[in-house]
Ligand binder design. Sequence first.
Ligand SMILES: Cc1ncc(COP(=O)(O)O)c(C=O)c1O
Length: 475
Amino acid sequence: MTTTPQTGPERTPRPGQTGDDPSARALSASARDHLWMHFTRMSAYQQNDVPVIVRGEGPYIWDAAGKRYLDGLSGLFTVQVGHGRQELAEAAYKQASELAYFPVWSYAHPQAIHLAERLADLAPGDLNRVFFTTGGGEAVESALKLARQYFKAVGQPGRHKVISRNIAYHGTTMGALSITGVPALRRDLEPLVPGAHKVPNTNFYRAPEHGDDYEAFGRWAADSIAATIEMEGPETVAAVFLEPLQNSGGSIPPPPGYFARVREICDRYGVLLVSDEVICAFGRLGHTFGCQRYGYLPDMITCAKGMTSGYSPLGALIATDRLMEPFLSGKASFSTGFTFAGHPVSTAVAMANLDIFDRENLLQHVRSNEGALRATMERLLDLPIVGDVRGDGYFFAVELVKDKATRETLGAEERERLVRGFLPRALFDAGLYCRPDDRGDPVVQVAPPLICGPEHFNEMEAVLRSVLTEAWSRI
Ligand SMILES: Cc1ncc(COP(=O)(O)O)c(C=O)c1O
């Protein structure tokens, strides 16, 4: 078995543990020979087994050798309702039997219609227009295209630039990658789409200004967006892309007042606000949409992952009525599409998934239990290696430091050895699948399925405590 997957370049797997199980060894060998794993240092699998996950039930997963792990990352921030839900499998089966495929290109099918209406009902304000994709990156890419095409259609063709935060991850298609602020992901793929500008992220623990005043820090961070718009020329800026709670860099919540000020800035300059909720929607923060958690109204929402709890791929761009207006008359049409977008099976699964949310009152469950998750994670603050614990909902990170008093971070060698080497291996060995990450400052993230409760939080904390204690002894 090897490492937990992490969205970041060149992850190092750990030595294998498929033991003597012949079918587990065969799967691992075949994966090594043929399966090109994403964001993975394939070279490391020359000597090591590939971790092969074969089954899931509730918040647990099992590997090919039969070992059980707590899925502390919901797969990849995706499996909201937990693994092994027969009714989602049955929804897929029923839809595939009835109508397995038809595109949403000039034609419609009932599940796409029902889901679009349901999302429009759930979304705040007049976010009523749903453009399906197959995943999150395509939703972000489509939002970028819609921003550009909308402004051309309304006589402001100069507006093509976009603004996003340093370290934020928004996907891998060329437009979404250009919006992404992770240098290591961009470097080898340049040149990217021009006109994508970056502003500071909102990690208060690392605040370069106003480190003693959270609200002032938030004003400063929001004002950096205004300054960038002024610098670039407001007539050239189309949109600002922000996650409600920023994933990359370690579950970074918005400072108080940040989004209200960003909304005001966007309105002042006529710039669109895109809420990239590929992770934060569908209960991750205790609300259907992350913007509802923090009380702001974007012009577009991009979402994916939890919409189907990962039982089938699906993403969506949800836009306001105003943004669709230019496309409702004459010969106009939005110039993009994807064969599998709004797939009948995926939209049927999404409907059944949202039924589970309603029946099991999952949003309320997250809101009722997030305090317990926070308190459990904060217990780790007594460890010398844990500098900060942050997050909201079911989405937390611990930031790792070398020196708590000075907040000195781990050096390059320690990151390589500990964050990419030791931690993923040791956590997984100890039965917890979660995410050590160093795209920004080094962190370990947890985002368990929304069905989890205090017993699972305690299980996560126990593993994190022992493995982080061991990591400290290796610094
Ligand atoms: C905020 C955000 N946007 C976009 C994406 C890209 O989504 P996908 O991997 O489905 O293309 C991700 C993926 O994690 C994400 O976290």
